[in-house]
Ligand binder design. Structure first.
Ligand code: PRT
Ligand code: ZN
Length: 285
């Protein structure tokens, strides 16, 4: 039986979380990412450890069938690969930043400026779309020091907390794109491998749903049950069970974690008590 070959980053920001995701999907992987390749003992998958820059090319050329990498690399390399789904980690933005003492008005600021970046293609597309005339200085790394050493006037780079910009006397003035880790696939996947991918995607979906959602349990006076249910839609509809104490019910449902904080006051105003929020291990919808 053939195995699905997946490329993940060998060592970098996405390596740990990529392997964690596969493990949460119940796929056993031996620890070593020192090797170029490893095979799972309980799922038909082979893992290739590569530099993230190389993953689009390897997937396009069918050396790997699928890959996990930042969407920014997919855009930059512009290879013939299909983005299958976003994976909810490695979130960052690609932004233009300038020395903090500069006066910024709008995008025309960048006209005739020299911009240092490791993402020249994404930047060129953006500038063309916005009809900006810029000089792009492609460099391999440490982009944030370019203005300080006189290599460029400003930079286009990945930002997550913003502390790197701050430390280098720069300010973010324009977000160009939001990126996160994605799963990509080769345009030509055999039927057998597509079936393995479908199985993997089903598991990824269950893992991701379970992270976003929580199980909620609460007690409520019977006269408030209807209103509380309207606040808790649940997967299909909440479960309502009578309590031993006359006039009270127990309500069970599933809720998005961020939504819970929005409605907690309303639940308490309606008389809800003993509210429990419980993590979900896996969620199949
Ligand atoms: O060796 P290899 O080529 O595989 O790795 P790499 O060095 O090219 O990539 P790596 O591991 O740094 O990043 C992999 C992916 O993580 C990127 O392609 C993004 O999709 C994603 N990602 C998420 C980030 C960041 N957050 C991030 N903060 N990639 C880089 N950074 C860097 C950024 O370049 C800047 O230097 O962190 C700095 C900014 O961070 P803040 O928090 O100070 O704003
Ligand atoms: Zn890289």
């Amino acid at each position: 039986m053939s195995k699905l070959k997946i490329a993940v980053q060998k060592s970098g920001r996405l390596s740990g979380k990529s392997l964690d995701l596969l493990r949460e999907c119940g796929i056993k992987i031996s620890n070593s990412n020192q090797k170029l390749m490893t095979v799972s003992s309980n799922f038909p998958i082979e893992i290739l450890f590569l530099r993230d820059d190389d993953i689009p090319q390897y997937v396009e050329q069918n050396v790997a069938d699928i890959g996990i990498l930042g969407e920014n690399e997919v855009w930059e390399k512009n290879r013939k690969v299909t983005t299958v789904r976003k994976l909810g980690f490695g979130n960052c933005r690609l932004s233009l930043a300038i020395p903090k003492e500069e006066n910024y008005t709008d995008l025309t600021y960048f006209n005739h400026k020299k911009i240092a970046t490791t993402y020249p293609n994404i930047l060129r597309d953006f500038c063309t779309k916005k009809q900006l005339e810029v000089e792009i200085e492609e460099i391999g790394g440490s982009v944030e020091i370019a203005p300080g050493i006189g290599l460029a006037n400003c930079i286009f780079d990945i930002v997550s907390t913003g502390s790197t910009l701050l430390m280098n006397g720069l300010k973010e003035v324009q977000t160009v794109a939001q990126s996160e880790a994605v799963l990509i696939k080769t345009p030509e996947l055999s039927e057998e491998k597509q079936a393995i991918l479908t199985q993997l995607l089903f598991r990824i979906q269950a893992v991701m749903y379970s992270k976003e959602n929580k199980y909620i349990l609460l007690n409520a006076p019977n006269n408030a049950v209807k209103q509380i249910i309207s606040l808790l839609p649940g997967m299909k509809s909440p479960t309502v069970l009578p309590l031993a104490e006359e006039g009270w019910s127990s309500i069970h449902s599933v809720i998005k974690e961020d939504k819970f904080w929005e409605i907690i006051d309303q639940l308490q105003d309606l008389g809800a008590q003993g509210i429990l929020i419980i993590p979900i291990e896996k969620m199949i919808t």
